[in-house]
Design a protein around this ligand. Structure first.
Ligand code: FE2
Length: 239
């Protein structure tokens, strides 16, 4: 089964992630040491700051640089799949061309919800993206929104939609958080893990750390479930 990192800022110089090619390369090596098979490269996309075509052009440039370096090293694992971490914006559900921001070869969109108490309009837009526009939505690092006071109600509503939930590997930082997150995985409400790595020294590729804690607290089955769900989500490109 594939060990998949669903969330990373490994591409060089495109966002607040890897600053340069050397950092990207080091991050890639760190992920390889953790025997990660597949890593989604998901640079931030902010509609307020960027245009989709411009973002894709910059991502392509970063990708070409990175890819050439990795190929030259002959240590090509983990395989990198291009995507984006799309920050929610009002009107996203009706926005044109957003399918260009999906994980390549799929209809999966890694969606980052706002860092505030959500509202019904936002939940409705997510629903519209799924039901009308036929995206498969992966909510980025739900763990970062769980603890926002007053947001519980909206989390509950969001979890009633057919969304997939990504949790960051560093979310298991306390006994209480771990217990709640394990519960989400066991109830089938959380699905996949991501390192959300931004560098080689700070916010590093740490998928294995999260997996180790999960295995210790919840058993191997939970990891197997996560790997199975990851493969299922990416089945279109893993064939
Ligand atoms: Fe991120």
């Amino acid at each position: 089964m594939s060990k998949i990192d669903f969330h990373s800022h490994i591409l060089p110089g495109i966002d607040d992630g890897a600053r340069n090619l050397e950092t990207s390369y080091n991050m890639h090596q760190m992920a390889r040491q953790q025997e990660v098979d597949l890593m989604l490269a998901t640079p931030h996309f902010y509609a307020s700051q960027d245009r989709i075509d411009n973002f894709l052009k910059r991502r392509e440039e970063a990708w070409v640089q990175f890819h050439d370096t990795v190929e030259a090293s002959e240590e090509t694992e983990p395989r990198i799949i291009l995507g984006a971490e799309v920050a929610f914006f009002d009107g996203i559900s009706r926005a044109r061309d957003i399918e260009k921001l999906t994980i390549q070869g799929t209809n999966l969109m890694l969606l980052e919800m706002p860092f505030e108490v959500w509202n019904s309009q936002q939940i409705k837009e997510v629903e519209y993206l799924i039901k009308e526009r036929k995206f498969q939505i992966i909510i980025a690092h739900l763990d970062r929104f769980l603890w926002i006071p007053g947001n519980k109600k909206w989390i509950k509503e969001l979890l009633e939609l057919p969304v997939s939930i990504q949790i960051n590997a560093d979310a298991f930082d306390s006994w209480m958080h771990t217990r709640n997150l394990v519960k989400l995985f066991k109830e089938g409400k959380a699905h996949v893990l991501g390192s959300d790595c931004h560098g080689a020294h700070h916010r590093v590729p740490n998928l294995q750390d999260g997996r180790d804690i999960l295995e210790k607290k919840a058993g191997k089955e939970v990891l197997e479930q996560i790997d199975r769900q990851g493969e299922k989500l990416l089945s279109a490109i893993l064939k």
